[in-house]
Design a protein around this ligand. Structure first.
Ligand code: KG4
Ligand code: ZN
Length: 380
């Protein structure tokens, strides 16, 4: 692939409950992953289905599928309209679509849409890995930084970030479906050090939120009420913290919260009283104590991996990376260990198509290929 001309990529993401279409302009990078590409995100459109799934307390796959089918052409037309308003026409050299992991009925909607579009336009289509999207999302230019320091295009912001990424790096991917630690020798050479044996961290946040009668998705709700709570009100277990491996387990922590609520009743959000009128922790205290336990395990295990591998950078990504307490704590520990801390801009933590465009470009750059078939349990 030519290194200098930029490639315009149309990216499509439908792995879960966000429909995403993005248009990116990417150039450069190296197949060995030592040089990062430069990325400009022209548009990044997301149609969230949260309000719809909230009624059911979680994502309903067939409902997600129906919504993606409805939203994809709407987002595509919106993209055309937005460009037209700027005097541009929608043109692209490649289409990238998420093929996994995720909900297969949802993934198929994106793949089918992408295949139709590729047939209509004659543009090549590549499959992208959702987890690689999260992993590379720190390279997407952050508009906050861009407008303040680095001009309007954002390419410099991305270059700055990769300049900070020293290898080996440890990456923590924490989302609703995954919790894993990777060791990376470059952007493209990596291996998995450990993953969760049961629930993902985001799933634990969602399940505990449900126990605390907070709406879906639970992560942001727990974080919100935890701000008013005492993180040491209840000492919940820190599963597998002291085991020598780099694996995680969150189902025991969720069960501990379940037992607590069963035995003590559900207290009010603030100023709690336990069952029988005795003063006790509030719901905010429970949320803060749960979050503290989950973050303790995530941060300490990541830093153990850093120590064992002699890593020089820490990458945090996935939906749970939106959690400010986690960003702050892991950032502080990474800096203490002399590591660069690389985390996506807030707009790219949750599922989006911009990260899929970048992941698709990297697949092409490596000369690799993912079959154009939904694979719910695709690994990294
Ligand atoms: O990456 P993502 O958008 O979708 C998956 O690939 O799974 O992650 C969604 C997950 C949900 O479980 C959600 O509760 C969690 O990320 N999440 C958070 C926060 N924002 C989203 N968890 C904790 N704190 C947050 N602020
Ligand atoms: Zn995700």
């Amino acid at each position: 692939m030519p290194q200098n001309p930029s490639m315009k990529i149309l990216a499509i993401e439908t792995s879960c409950d966000e429909t995403g279409i993005a248009l990116l302009d990417i150039r450069g990078g190296s197949a060995d992953g030592r040089k990062a590409p430069r990325t400009i995100v022209k548009e990044n459109l997301v149609a969230s289905q949260i309000a719809l799934h909230r009624e059911f307390g979680g994502v309903v796959p067939n409902l997600a599928k129906r919504e993606h089918i409805k939203n994809l052409p709407i987002l595509y037309s919106r993209l055309e309209r937005r460009l037209r308003r700027r005097g541009e026409t929608l043109r692209f050299d490649m289409i990238a679509v998420t093929v996994g992991p995720g909900l297969e009925p949802a993934l198929w909607t994106g793949i089918t849409f992408a295949e139709d579009l590729a047939a209509r336009t004659g543009v090549p289509l590549v499959g992208a890995n959702h987890l690689e999207g999260h992993l590379y999302s720190f390279l997407l230019p952050s508009p906050e930084r861009t407008t303040r320091n680095e001009g309007r295009t954002g390419t410099k912001a991305a270059t700055t970030k990769i300049a900070e990424a020293k290898f080996p790096a440890i990456a923590l991917i924490v989302s609703g479906g995954h919790t894993m630690l990777l060791e990376m020798d470059s952007l493209t050479a990596r291996h998995t050090l450990g993953e969760t044996r049961d629930d993902a961290a985001g799933e634990a946040f969602d399940k505990v939120a449900r126990l605390l009668e907070l709406p879906y998705p639970g992560g942001p709700e727990i974080e919100r009420i935890a701000r008013d709570g005492d993180p040491h009100a209840v000492e919940f277990p820190r599963p597998m913290l002291h085991e020598k491996n780099l694996e995680f387990s969150f189902s025991g922590l969720k069960t501990a919260v379940l037992y607590y609520v069963r035995d003590h009743g559900l207290p009010p959000v603030k100023g709690g009283t336990g069952r029988g009128g005795a003063a006790g922790p509030s719901r905010a205290d429970l949320a803060a104590s749960f979050q503290e336990a989950a973050l303790d395990v995530l941060v300490k295990k990541t830093m153990r991996a850093v120590k064992e591998s002699g890593a020089r950078s820490v990458i945090l990504c996935g939906g749970v990376a939106a959690n400010r307490a986690l960003r702050t704590r892991l950032g502080r520990e990474a800096k203490k260990a002399g590591c660069a801390f690389l985390v996506p801009s807030f707009r790219y933590n949750l599922d989006n198509a911009a990260m899929i465009g970048l992941a698709g470009y990297m697949v092409r750059l490596r000369g690799a290929r993912y079959p154009l078939r939904a694979d719910g349990s695709l690994g990294i």
